[in-house]
Design a protein around this ligand. Structure first.
Ligand SMILES: NC(=O)c1ccc[n+]([C@@H]2O[C@H](COP(=O)([O-])OP(=O)(O)OC[C@H]3O[C@@H](n4cnc5c(N)ncnc54)[C@H](OP(=O)(O)O)[C@@H]3O)[C@@H](O)[C@H]2O)c1
Length: 305
């Protein structure tokens, strides 16, 4: 099969290569999925599981990309709950070969059924932002209707999904980002927007939850805005930012079938939409991940037309 591989961590996305690899086999509890659409998060190339296995042994050349939508073609021993020919979408294991390929072997529990009227491109684009926003807002942030949430990077891939899910849950959403992201953030449902380069973040007053994708000094300044009992949730890695009377949680997104089903139901109803910047064929994936100018939104790779 065709696949994108990486072998050199220092090279970043420039080190991606399109090669031929053997088709994966289904192990216990696995299915093999014929991939139609896949997504990739740039930071994967800095994460240890892209380069080593769980015993820290080199596992290169590795296939990056962990988001997928496709069709089940084989079931491993003992695998129940999915069937051959079923449309699925989900999040692949960080430590295994990923989804920038024609096929992937993946544990069935990482996948959810993809309804027949949801395009594979949309399915793949919902996975990472959908699960990350859901887990940050509701599992870790315990967001409730009537609360206020500050969503950093609200025009970005994860931030735009967090903005939509928070609004839909009845929260008041203040988005942030660069000036160029203002209209996008408002279009995704933010009720206010703070341009972090030109406005004063502290003017937003108190909030119940901060959903952070930026880290650093912005996370620290945001912690001071959190009301008593509130939470700072960050996906930008470990942080020293702490609210005076509240919690800080940093987390890495996990696969969750029930949450994927909730998210795709909202997409079908038109309650959430994807933030896709570019769609490219697998043959053109290396160029798509090394663009000459910045494209905002998710890049989705189509392994099949
Ligand atoms: N922990 C996890 O489980 C997890 C899951 C998913 C993603 N992530 C990480 O979360 C981060 C965000 O991912 P994403 O896919 O949403 O990225 P993205 O689409 O690039 O979104 C980031 C947004 O924030 C804006 N931004 C970046 N730096 C800024 C700054 N200094 N001031 C103001 N605005 C700024 C960007 O604007 P521009 O486009 O103008 O730069 C963009 O709108 C990435 O680091 C990603 O690796 C973590």
């Amino acid at each position: 099969m065709k696949a994108i591989v990486v072998t050199d961590q220092a090279a970043g996305t420039a080190g991606m290569k399109l090669v031929e690899r053997p088709e994966p086999q289904a192990a216990i509890n696995d299915v093999v999925v014929e991939i139609h659409a896949a997504g990739f998060t740039r930071d994967e190339l800095t994460w240890p599981p892209t380069w080593t296995d769980r015993r820290e042994r080199d596992r290169t050349p590795s296939i990056p990309g962990h988001e997928l939508a496709g069709v089940v073609t084989a079931l491993g021993y003992g695998t129940a709950g999915l069937s051959v020919g079923q449309r699925v979408f989900g999040l692949a294991d960080w430590y295994r070969d990923g989804t920038l390929a024609e096929y992937v072997a993946i544990e069935a529990r990482n996948l959810a059924p993809l309804p027949g009227d949801v395009d594979f491109t949309v399915g793949a684009a919902l996975v990472m932002p959908g699960l990350t926003a859901w887990q940050g807002l509701f599992d870790h942030g315990r967001l409730r209707a009537g609360q206020s949430v500050l969503v950093h990077g609200a025009a970005g891939v994860v931030g735009s999904m967090a903005t939509q899910l928070a609004r839909e849950a009845g929260a008041y959403v203040i988005g942030t980002g660069r000036a160029a992201g203002r209209q996008t953030a408002l279009d995704f449902g933010a009720q206010e927007f703070v341009d972090l380069d030109n406005d004063t973040l502290e003017d937003v007053g108190g909030v119940d939850l901060v959903f952070d994708v930026l880290g650093g000094d912005i996370a620290k300044r945001s912690a001071r805005l959190i009301r008593a009992g509130g939470t700072l949730v960050t996906i930008a890695g470990p942080t020293e930012a702490r609210p005076a009377d509240g919690r800080t949680i940093d987390f890495v997104v996990e696969p969750d079938r029930a949450q994927l089903s909730e998210i795709v139901r909202r997409a079908r109803d038109g309650r959430v939409r994807t933030n896709i910047g570019n769609v490219a064929a697998l043959d053109d994936a290396v160029a798509a991940f090394n663009p000459t100018e910045r494209i905002s939104g998710k890049t989705i790779i189509r392994a099949r037309p």
